[in-house]
Ligand binder design. Structure first.
Ligand SMILES: [Zn+2]
Length: 127
């Protein structure tokens, strides 16, 4: 709703000029309360239940446990291939966990390899 600043007549939302006094109307102002945006009707698509049941969580974890396919699945779900936000969060958490485990495993392997190398080749330093 907006009114003509000149004569106070109620204007149509798309009116460019006041039909009564002819004053040029400013464009439609933005939403009255931009501080608290609420997105009603922003998701007209049917929303699956927000949460994830115990069975669904367990099923997802079991799928993630599959060596290569599980990692790919957690990657795919993390980047939004699921409409359930809870499942996406779960996939992201699992993905982070997998990366942490991978980094730790790589570091341990590296430490072990260096140790083994140093143990196997000490003669190299004594000619
Ligand atoms: Zn007017």
């Amino acid at each position: 709703m907006r009114y003509c600043k000149n004569c106070g007549l109620l204007q149509a939302p798309d009116a460019v000029q006041c039909p009564q006094c002819g004053a040029v109307l400013p464009p439609e102002p933005p939403a009255p309360s931009p501080a608290a945006p609420h997105y009603e009707g922003a998701h007209p698509v049917e929303q699956p239940d927000e949460g994830l049941s115990f069975g669904a969580t367990l099923g997802a974890l079991l799928l993630f446990a599959i060596p290569v396919a599980g990692f790919i699945l957690s990657l795919v779900w993390s980047f939004g291939a699921t409409r359930n936000p809870a499942r996406r969060t779960l996939a992201q958490a699992y993905l982070v966990r997998t990366l942490i485990v991978a980094v730790l495993f790589a570091m341990l392997t590296l430490v072990f390899a260096i140790t083994a190398y140093l143990m196997v080749t000490p003669a190299r330093f004594y000619y």
